[in-house]
Design a protein around this ligand. Structure first.
Ligand code: ZN
Length: 274
């Protein structure tokens, strides 16, 4: 342990561990079975979901670099080997969701799939747009395959469909799958982020279509049907309390989230214009 004076004199933390990040982003928690083949394996504040199939497992998001050991522990505690993870699906190329991706890719040997608009960012380790909080880099991902809107990804008996939900990043992707929930079919959406979260909306030279993309995504999400919403920031849909109270199935939630995100986006845009 360093004396405090020495600690204060140290240079700023590396880009992957910004001191202003919510502490729950890096607080481990045990896995939580949600429904059907889906188990939450992320930290208290950053979503990572494991989907088990007869041909191995699919991981949705790897979160931050420092979370990889906790997520790997969670996967192993379910009786799986890391090499059982065959696919990693990416929500979007921001450090809090992909900082641990390259390490997770190497540890599992899984194939990584991401929305085509974020692939260059993933390969370079530089996020794909301008923000008010500066450039927050992450370890470059050496192997990643692009997926297009509507593309289907299959492993064993599980099929997921990519739904392009651009705006938050150009390649921000949500993933839809059908789950058998005790004999009842449920549409589950792993929802990409819809928040502005510091994105520059006006004069974003690295992402000039940002405003148009956000609005198209809100239009699209409001028309989409999902019985269960599993976001990459679990509190955005109260995942843990819904699991506790048996209210994960909430068909109106997605529309409510999209309308709230749209209102917040339009308000932020007006403020930026001033
Ligand atoms: Zn983000």
């Amino acid at each position: 342990m360093l004396p405090i004076a020495t600690a204060l004199a140290l240079p700023a933390a590396p880009a992957t561990a910004a001191s202003g990040d919510p502490p729950e982003w890096t607080q481990p928690r045990p896995p939580l079975h949600l429904l059907g083949p889906i188990t939450y394996v992320g930290t208290r504040g950053l979503g990572a979901y494991l989907i088990r199939t007869s041909a191995g497992a699919i991981l949705v998001d790897a979160t931050m670099a420092e979370n990889v050991p906790a997520i790997e522990r969670n996967i192993r505690s379910l009786g799986l080997k890391l090499s059982d993870v065959k696919l990693i699906l990416v929500s979007h190329a921001h450090f809090d969701h992909v900082g641990g991706l390259e390490r997770m890719r190497r540890d599992t040997g899984a194939r990584v799939l991401a929305g085509s608009g974020d692939v260059a960012a993933l390969r370079s380790g530089t996020p794909p747009g301008e923000t008010s909080y500066g450039v927050h880099r992450f370890p470059a991902v050496s192997r990643v395959s692009p997926v297009a809107d509507g593309e289907r990804v299959r492993l064993g008996e599980v099929t997921l469909r990519a739904v392009a939900t651009a705006g938050h990043t150009p390649g921000c992707t949500s993933w839809v799958m059908r789950v058998d929930d005790h004999g009842r079919p449920r549409e589950v959406l792993f929802a990409g982020s819809m928040t502005v979260a510091g994105n520059r909306l006006i004069g974003n030279r690295r992402y000039p279509e940002i405003v148009r993309d956000y609005r198209a995504t809100f239009d699209r999400i409001e028309r989409l049907r999902a019985d269960v919403v599993l976001p990459m920031h679990p509190e955005a849909a109260d995942v843990f309390s819904r699991e506790r109270t048996g209210t994960l199935v909430a068909p109106r939630l997605l529309g409510d989230m999209a309308r709230a995100a749209r209102a917040d986006f339009e308000r932020t845009l007006r403020e930026e214009k001033r």
